[in-house]
Design a binder for this molecule. Sequence first.
Ligand SMILES: Nc1ncnc2c1ncn2[C@@H]1O[C@H](COP(=O)(O)OP(=O)(O)OP(=O)(O)O)[C@@H](O)[C@H]1O
Ligand SMILES: O=C(O)c1ccc[n+]([C@@H]2O[C@H](COP(=O)([O-])O)[C@@H](O)[C@H]2O)c1
Length: 213
Amino acid sequence: MPVPPPPSAVPPLPPNPWGDRRRLRVGLLGGSFNPAHDGHRHIALLALRRLGLDQVWLLVSPQNPLKSPAETPPQPVRIASARAIAGRHPGLRVSGVEARLGTRYTADTLVALTRRFPRTRFVWLMGADNLAQIDRWARWGTIFRTVPVAIFARGPYSQRALAAKAARRFAPFRLAAGAAHALAATRPPAWVYLSIRRHPASSTALRAARGVS
Ligand SMILES: Nc1ncnc2c1ncn2[C@@H]1O[C@H](COP(=O)(O)OP(=O)(O)OP(=O)(O)O)[C@@H](O)[C@H]1O
Ligand SMILES: O=C(O)c1ccc[n+]([C@@H]2O[C@H](COP(=O)([O-])O)[C@@H](O)[C@H]2O)c1
């Protein structure tokens, strides 16, 4: 019987239907996925469509450096949760590659992935809540300088996110939402804010409903 790949394996890149004419476009939705939910799927599917991506990887972090390890279930448990949300959608992949790369900070992960896959155009994806506080992340300017970034509206965070330090610092590099399709092929820094239909799901609410802190 074939042995399944370990959960932290780098997802195999799909064959590039564009050959040498166009580089593969991969969105990276980094998260704890504790647990994964329909809000993750909602923005992953919108990213595929609005950004014209070939794939989105649900990148299950080994440990968010700003969250308590005691409150974070083991990565394989969260990978299983992300797999259930990705289902059989051909554009969605689940990866725990940061465990294999030995990276914990997003800046390091992006530098490592862009080196490992020099022909792939990666885009970092995140909700507006994270744009609002990304200036607390390690070497966060490197993130914007390494790959294009797409931000998705979430709950009440939009105004705060667009007024936050990162949005102000990189304001000259913001693309109009109408140019979202061009983001993956734009040299970083480049970012776009997408005022999508909000999805109310959150892991915090799901944990509370399950009686988990
Ligand atoms: N409903 C949603 N709408 C938009 N973005 C979302 C939504 N849920 C999660 N995200 C984004 O997906 C990424 C991973 O999220 P994460 O796994 O932390 O889920 P979460 O619901 O934010 O968890 P928690 O409530 O524990 O902080 C983050 O960039 C987050 O902003
Ligand atoms: O690099 C950092 O300093 C950093 C700090 C906090 C969060 N992150 C990343 O942000 C992503 C979202 O995390 P989370 O826990 O909010 O789902 C995930 O990929 C984390 O590894 C990264």
